[in-house]
Structures are given as structure tokens and as C-alpha cells.
Design a protein around this ligand. Structure first.
Ligand code: GDP
Ligand code: K
Ligand code: MG
Length: 300
């Protein structure tokens, strides 16, 4: 069947917000599969991730960004730069606000920055499952007083409530033009990188607060077997020997559990059997290693 290219629309919609506002949760829900990992910890999303969906003749390309926060270390600075970089080129900017948390410093910084840039944005109040109507209305009024928001949506990304209204709305707003990715593509992240991210997500979910930030995961081998399964070997890099012990756990129980959960997730996403092998290695000072930044698509 011939495609009528003249009817096509496509565009970029960047999600910015404080860490943990629910940006990755919202984008995963709209795209319909996990393109960006989620955890209750800040800095889970380290680089810019595209989540791509089709709404009839419109290709909506969501740009998930690391949260905006006050950067201290080099890695932090690179993440915040990636977040603003993702927003700068987008057709529309969405500011996602955790309605329970309200207007935190990070959200105020985002609003001030957009004002300076004279950019308008769409407001999404997320986590409405956690607040009452009164709180929500007060917050909406306060935020709209900033005069940078053209439209406001109220959603629960976790439950998926309200996001379809936003999708309908944004699809109409995107410019006419040919699709920028194949119709069935959901992300720009290579499978090897996504597979490493899935394991990193499990580390975030399972381990103590301070550990994951000094941890990185890399997919070393990726082998498609004749029986349709995939063999994946990954290395978890840590900064210190003590961290290695924590990840392995007593008798290797911890890494076993991490591997089992990651494998389950991968099998769901890849829709085939996965054999996942995890190794833990100590590497000093990885967060100052230019090669690692390159690997994540960040500028050193
Ligand atoms: P990000 O840092 O902005 O990408 O936020 P994440 O998507 O990683 O979510 C941070 C945490 O908030 C996770 O534990 C999510 O499960 C949780 N979360 C996201 N959206 C909602 C929501 O609508 N309601 C509730 N109750 N929790 C949410
Ligand atoms: K998070
Ligand atoms: Mg995120």
C-alpha cells in the first residue's frame, strides 16, 4: 500500500523536570515499552533517550532527559548539559512536575531558565494519584502565574491516567513533514546499550542508595543463537573492591537476583529467551574517564 507522505507529521517533544518527577515513567507508558529505565533514585537517567510512538499519521519523538539539578561533579554537569541540549532542539518542551512535591528548587530553576530563553512550554502535573484536588488546583494556579505555560495536563504516569489526552493534543501540534524514523522503531538506543541499562536499573532498585552512582554496566558480548535465544555477557564496573562484595552478596545471592530480574525484563522486551551472564570488575576513577562519557553519548 502506498504511503501518503503529504499527510505525515513528525516532531520532537522534550520532557524536562526535576529528578524523579516521573519523566521516564511517562514516556515508557506512551511508547508502550521500556525505552528508559525507572527507579526511585535520582540520576537514573544519565543521558538523552528517545522514545518514539506513532499516533495515526504522526510520529511523536519524545526526548527523555536526565533531571535538572545543581551539578557538582563532572558527570553531573554532563548530564544537566545533555538535558538542556535535548530541550533546545525540540519542537515542544514539556515541563513535568511532581504534584506531590510541588515547586521545588529544580523546577523553579527550569522555569527561570525557560523565561530567560523566552521559550513557552507545556505543563504536565504528574502523580495526581498522590494528591487531592485542592492541592492540584492551587499548584496549577501558581505555576500558570509564571506565564510560560501554554497548556496544562494532569496525569498519573504510573497508572497511565490522562496521558492519552496529552498524546492527542501534542500529535496535532507537531509540524507536517515525513517521519524521521522507521514506523516500528521505538527508541534510538542500540539494543546492547538498552540491555546494559536494564541491568543498571536492577542495581538501582536492589542496592543501597550510594552504590549505583559509582557503578556502570557494559554489554561485552551479544550472540544470537540458532535456537532463537540471545546470549549476553555484561560487566558491572565498580570503583572499589568493597562495592564488588556488595553486588555479589553472600554466596553470590545478590548478583543472582539482579541477573534473574534483568533477564526477565530483557526477555519481555526482546520477545525471546535470554541467557544473561554478569561479571563484576573494579575500575578506578571511571567517572573521570573520557571513553565512558563517549559510550553514554555524553560530552566529557
Ligand atoms: P524521572 O527521574 O523523572 O525519570 O522519574 P522516574 O520515571 O524514574 O520515576 C521516579 C519514581 O516516581 C519511580 O519510583 C516511579 O515509579 C514514580 N512515579 C512516576 N510516576 C508516578 C505517578 O504518576 N504516581 C506515583 N505514585 N509514582 C510515580
Ligand atoms: K529516577
Ligand atoms: Mg528518568
Amino acid at each position: 500500500e502506498d504511503m501518503d507522505i503529504s499527510k505525515q507529521r513528525a516532531g520532537f517533544v522534550a520532557f524536562v523536570g526535576a529528578p524523579n518527577a516521573g519523566k521516564s515513567t511517562a514516556i515508557n507508558h506512551m511508547v508502550g515499552t521500556k525505552v528508559s529505565i525507572v527507579s526511585p533514585k535520582v540520576q537514573t537517567t544519565r543521558t538523552r533517550v528517545l522514545g518514539i510512538m506513532m499516533k495515526e499519521e504522526t510520529q511523536i519523538i519524545f526526548v527523555d532527559t536526565p533531571g535538572i539539578f545543581a551539578p557538582k561533579r563532572r558527570l553531573d554537569r554532563a548530564m544537566v548539559a545533555a538535558a538542556w541540549g535535548g530541550a533546545a532542539d525540540a519542537d515542544h518542551i514539556v515541563v513535568l512536575v511532581d504534584a506531590k512535591r510541588g515547586i521545588c528548587n529544580e523546577t523553579q530553576t527550569i522555569i527561570n531558565t525557560l523565561k530567560e530563553q523566552k521559550r513557552k512550554a507545556i505543563l504536565i502535573l504528574n502523580k495526581i494519584d498522590l494528591v487531592d484536588k485542592g492541592t492540584l488546583l492551587t499548584l496549577t494556579e501558581k505555576l500558570n502565574g509564571e506565564e510560560i505555560f501554554t497548556d496544562t495536563f494532569m496525569v498519573s504516569a504510573l497508572k497511565g491516567d490522562g496521558l492519552d489526552y496529552f498524546v492527542d493534543f501534542i500529535a496535532q501540534k507537531l509540524p507536517q513533514g515525513p517521519w524521521l524514523f522507521p514506523e516500528d522503531q521505538v527508541s534510538d538506543m542500540p539494543e546492547r546499550l538498552l540491555a546494559a541499562e536494564i541491568t543498571r536499573e536492577q542495581l538501582y532498585l536492589k542496592l543501597r542508595q550510594e552504590l549505583p552512582y559509582s557503578t556502570t554496566v557494559e554489554t561485552e558480548t551479544w550472540e544470537e543463537k540458532k535456537d532463537g535465544s540471545i546470549k549476553i555477557e555484561q560487566i558491572i564496573y565498580v570503583a572499589r573492591d568493597g562495592q564488588k562484595k556488595i553486588i555479589l552478596g553472600k554466596g553470590g545471592q545478590q548478583i543472582k537476583a539482579i541477573g534473574a530480574n534483568a533477564r526477565k525484563q530483557l526477555e519481555e522486551i526482546m520477545e525471546c529467551r535470554v541467557h544473561l551472564f554478569l561479571f563484576v570488575k573494579v575500575r578506578d576513577k571511571w567517572s573521570d574517564d573520557p571513553e565512558r562519557y563517549n559510550y553514554w553519548g555524553l560530552d566529557y
